[in-house]
Design a protein around this ligand. Structure first.
Ligand code: ATP
Length: 433
């Protein structure tokens, strides 16, 4: 007897054991069919009434949909099934009988609401198209790690319980840390920058980031996965942009190669890697937004609508991915370097079809200007003293990026909501499952 995990490897002749969920049963009088769905697809269990043990026939034809079961039987050639084989059962073990009704249909054509799907995520993930997203996401993470290793980046893990934030106080989640005030990290920003003074010249991290963001949008969640990179001894932010572009392109081409089966399940194509990505200035984007009838002032955040308007114009020019650079320094966090003599900064966003997926830039590595920026932002250096220490004893010029893996995956796969790319999303309303 052979236990088969990949149903497509079943060959006629001999006994096999297949495991999965009882998807549905069709009774046609003298013969019944059970579709068993495993991780690798479906296999048909064929039960001619007269040839099957009556107790086994009864068990398998009455089995509640979605019960977990292992079935042993003979694999026979069949012209009627996609696999070209069917299984005539001789025994079965029901590991977990499913209650009914089901909280969510697995094969039903009806589209369930996002909330119902997320409340019953274990069942939702039994759908091959829901699972395919996470198989592709896993490939994307591996591709990122491979791309980073190829460029000499060291993978690091920085603390997620921290004493201060870098991205603005309004979005910090507080934690009671043995009577002291602590926070959940909004990003690895401060730590990856400190590492730039150590000789670990290129670091990256894929880890959780938390934002107490009261935004109920299809692109914001309160816990997301951030892929951060930081590199020392740079001559300018162009080197950072080039590295990010190369990495995103490697993810795109890697998914096209490795993810063909999953992409077919989803009925999606992945963008061809395009280089170089166009670079728009923030000011150009304001003009583009104005062309679309939006009234944005210099210094305004482009916002969802502005990003969308720019995205539409760029799409009409054949570009899905593009950088927006030289944001006003005022709109950017304290650690970003200002562009001397201008109101702008050495910073950029990477947008994908009208949505920001990444922010980055050159950091202020000189302690004097860094303290001035903190003062401008109303931050107390005393709250950042351990971070600032790393700038007092020889900090090289450096820069980097943060890119949301959830947003990257949802944009690549053209999913309407970032939550589709997160197994168990957290947002203002959702803390379970
Ligand atoms: P936005 O303006 O879209 O709210 P942000 O400017 O707050 O984003 P950054 O602080 O620049 O975002 O973070 C870098 C990246 O991290 C973003 O481009 C995005 O991919 C991801 N990210 C940030 N906040 C969230 C969130 N709440 N949910 C999902 N991803 C996020």
């Amino acid at each position: 007897m052979t236990i088969v995990r990949d149903f497509s490897s079943i060959r006629a002749g001999g006994e096999v054991t297949v495991s999965g969920w009882a998807q549905d049963v069709r009774n046609l009088g003298g013969i019944s069919f059970l579709t068993l769905r495993g991780g690798s697809g479906e296999v048909q269990i064929t039960m001619p009434k007269k040839k099957i043990d009556p107790a086994l026939f009864e068990l398998l034809t009455k089995i509640p949909r979605e019960s977990a079961v292992s079935i042993t039987g003979e694999a026979k050639e069949s012209g009627q099934t996609a696999l070209g084989v069917e299984i005539i059962p001789s025994s079965a073990v029901v590991h977990g009988e499913a209650a009914s009704p089901l909280p969510l249909g697995v094969v039903d054509k009806v589209n369930a609401e996002m909330d119902t799907r997320l409340n019953n995520r274990f069942m939702d993930l039994r759908k091959p198209e829901a699972r395919a997203v996470f198989e592709l996401r896993s490939m994307a993470s591996s591709l990122i790690s491979e791309a980073m290793a190829a460029e000499g980046f060291v993978g690091v893990s920085t603390p997620k319980i921290v004493a201060s934030g870098a991205e603005g106080g309004a979005t910090l989640f507080g934690v009671d840390y043995f009577g002291r005030k602590a926070y959940l990290a909004q990003s690895p920003q401060l730590y990856k920058q400190m590492l730039m003074s150590t000789g670990l010249d290129r670091v990256f991290e894929i880890g959780p980031a938390f934002r107490a963001e009261n935004s109920n949008t299809n692109r914001h969640v309160t816990e997301f996965t951030s892929f951060d990179g930081e590199m020392a001894w740079i001559g300018g932010q162009g080197e950072v942009m080039a590295m990010l572009e190369k990495t995103v392109n490697r993810v795109l081409s890697g998914l096209r190669e490795r993810g063909a089966a999953q992409l077919e399940i989803l009925g999606r194509d992945v963008e061809a890697p395009g280089a170089p990505y166009p670079v728009l200035s923030y000011s150009e984007c304001l003009e583009m937004a104005a062309e679309s009838g939006l009234r944005l002032q210099e210094g305004d955040d482009l916002g969802t609508e502005g990003e969308k308007a720019v995205g539409e114009i760029m799409e009409s020019r054949g570009h899905s991915l593009y950088f927006i650079s030289e944001y006003p320094e005022e709109a950017k966090p304290f650690y970003i370097m200002e562009k001397p003599g201008t109101p702008y900064s050495y910073s950029f966003d990477l947008d994908f079809k009208g949505q920001e997926i990444s922010s980055g830039g050159q950091r202020e590595h000189r302690i004097g200007p860094l303290l001035e920026r903190m003062a401008k932002k109303g931050l107390d250096p005393a709250d950042f003293s351990r971070y600032l220490d790393a700038f007092r004893y020889g900090m090289p010029p450096h820069g980097g990026w943060g890119i949301g893996v959830d947003r990257l995956v949802s944009k690549i796969l053209d999913l309407p909501n970032v939550r589709e790319a997160i197994l168990f999303p957290r947002d203002t309303a959702r803390l379970e499952p």
